[in-house]
Design a protein around this ligand. Structure first.
Ligand code: FBP
Length: 561
């Protein structure tokens, strides 16, 4: 195979000879390179693209209509069997935006393979380093040799990613110049909610200037919060949860083996608690905090601490001085009192300089000052860290697990004085985040991403813009998956960011009435006191467990039927 020549031999292992770095591949990585990727039947046969009815928005449709006058209301697109016969040459750019998520390389492989098989002579440009690559026109022409070493591999290192945002008139102008310079027919933005919001703004801008460049989004994020009926899941969630669940399973066995530690595991996922919920369903920990529930019940930090301490005391009575506690990284942002504090800090950070003198602190309400002063110093500093380019608090950098260990310790000391608790408590903190973002994609993510890439290329070829690539019917065999595109404006609402109202894709949070949460809620008491630990082990690529799909997706799809 010609493409295989791109891999240099290195004592049995192979090295991709292209790309920024020469990496040595393990046997498993090698074995994944030629893993076959099945396609939905509709993509294997001639098809045609049909349109649905006009669309609205997830919230505030009138505002969204004003913000997107050229795109608002456009219909969704669905592929159905038909008579596609186009051999049109296309020039398409692709960009990876935001945090890594397993499967990104397969989206690019899908776009590439579609162009090779349906639009001979086409060119695929990979913009380097995220949206900045578009603005600076930094790209690489993706060839078969270039793409091959990244097939079914984790990471975003084929072209790398970045969190820059295209938002000022100058930046839109730079993007426009790149689109014109490269004569782009289309641009595929592979990203999360913020990046797809940006993709929509770009699509609107290009259309308003009558540019031929179409913009299509792709649902990426391990957080699992970019989803709706038409886009059932974001890629990377399945793999990341499986990786974390393996690690949690191992920690559980460690806890049971030594019998002396409470492991506080904070899990990535930014605002939403989907990852934490999914990991709980996969491993059955003693305590799982779900941010959305904490917010709905208007719990305070003290309530959360008491809940953990209560379970620890009950377990001590049963002779268990160990356990595993899962905490979503966004928890802190769900506790109403902390939420108020963060909202006030956001406004201050948008306009003031945070210095030692502390003049900024006078702008906080007295309640927020009181809470801020109660927090451990490390957490205070972490809350003041710069927001990301989209205005989000960088929750990945806030060590909530350490804060909770301290607070639970203090609470248990108090209870000891009151003689209501006699046993030892030793907390161990963990943060599982970056470990899950670049793993070898599961079979599900590999196949899903490949289909998403195909769909994105088809949408551009059909002249669509401002849509997000959508692959559905995911509980059925791959051959029956549906393929199409959903208007990005349909996913939009308005939100306050950096002190201003901005259009944003509405984050899909854990639904307390949804099937995954209800299942967890029906089992958590049993998991709290009886040790029902499940250790799922590493991701399997062959054998009976290799095609298992995560609980969240399956439960949500079953509930929709
Ligand atoms: P995306 O929303 O861009 O997919 O990023 C997800 C995420 O992994 C979050 O779970 C996490 O809070 C954040 O990225 C960390 O960001 P960074 O990589 O900039 O540290």
């Amino acid at each position: 195979m010609a493409a295989a020549a791109a891999l240099l031999s290195n004592g049995g292992a192979k090295i991709p000879a292209t790309g920024r770095y020469a990496a040595v591949y393990s046997e498993v990585q090698n074995s994944r390179l030629d893993h076959p990727l099945p396609l939905p039947s509709v993509l294997k046969n001639p098809f045609t693209v049909v349109e649905g009815p006009p669309s609205s928005a997830a919230g505030n449709p009138d505002e969204i209509a004003k913000l997107f006058p050229f795109l608002f209301g456009q219909p969704s697109a669905t592929l159905v069997p038909g008579d596609s016969s186009s051999v049109q040459e296309l020039k398409i750019g692709v960009v990876l935006s935001g945090g890594q998520a397993p499967g990104g390389h397969n989206v690019i492989s899908g776009i590439y393979d579609y162009l090779q098989s349906h639009c001979k002579g086409s060119t695929l440009y990979g913009f380097r380093g995220g949206p900045a690559g578009i603005m600076k026109c930094k790209y690489v022409v993706l060839t078969s040799d270039y793409v091959y070493p990244y097939r079914n591999q984790g990471g975003f290192d084929m072209i790398c990613s970045g969190r820059d945002k295209i938002e000022t008139p100058e930046q839109f102008m730079q993007a426009e110049e790149t689109a014109i310079k490269l004569d782009l027919d289309g641009l595929v933005v592979i990203g999360g909610d913020d990046s797809n919001t940006n993709a929509c703004l770009l699509a609107e801008n290009f259309r308003s200037k009558s540019l031929k460049t179409k913009v299509i989004g792709c649902p990426k994020t391990i957080d699992g919060d970019l989803k709706c009926k038409e886009v059932p899941t974001s890629f990377g969630f399945d793999t990341a949860c499986k990786i974390y669940a393996e690690m949690i399973g191992n920690v559980m066995i460690d806890a049971r083996s030594t019998g002396k530690y409470y492991h506080f595991v904070r899990l990535m996922g930014r605002a939403a608690s989907h990852i934490t919920l999914e990991c709980a369903l996969q491993t059955h920990p003693n305590i799982t905090l779900i941010g959305e529930e904490v917010a709905a019940k208007k719990q305070t930090l003290k309530n959360v601490t008491d809940y953990i301490a209560d379970v620890i005391c009950k377990r001590a009575e049963l002779g268990y001085n160990y356990g595993v506690i899962l905490i979503p990284e966004g928890l802190i942002d769900f506790i109403p009192e902390v939420q108020h504090l963060i909202a006030e800090l956001n406004e201050i950070l948008a306009h003031d300089i945070i210095d030692e003198a502390g003049a900024w602190k006078k702008k906080l309400t007295s309640k927020s000052v009181h809470l801020f002063d109660l927090l451990p110093l490390a957490i205070q500093d972490q809350l003041l860290l710069e927001r990301d380019p989209h205005g989000n608090v960088q929750v990945a950098k806030i060590e909530t697990e350490k804060m909770l260990i301290q607070m639970v310790e203090t609470e248990l000391e108090m209870r000891k004085k009151g003689a209501s608790y006699k046993c030892q408590f030793k907390g161990q903190s963990h943060f599982f985040g970056y470990e899950g973002r670049c793993g070898l994609p599961s079979n599900f993510d590999s196949t899903y991403c490949y289909a998403l890439g195909y769909a994105a290329a088809v949408l551009i070829q059909s002249g669509k813009t401002g849509l997000i690539s959508s692959v559905g019917n995911l509980a059925a065999p791959v051959s029956e998956w549906t393929v199409g595109g959903t208007p990005l404006t349909l996913l939009m609402d308005v939100e306050r960011r950096h002190g201003k109202f901005k259009p944003v894709i509405k984050k899909a949070m854990v639904e307390l009435e949804g099937a995954p949460f209800k299942k967890f809620a029906s089992l958590r008491e049993e998991w709290a006191l009886k040790n029902r630990y499940l250790n799922p082990g590493p991701i399997q690529f062959v054998g009976p467990a290799s095609d298992a799909v995560n609980h969240t997706l399956l439960l949500e799809l079953e509930a929709q039927v």
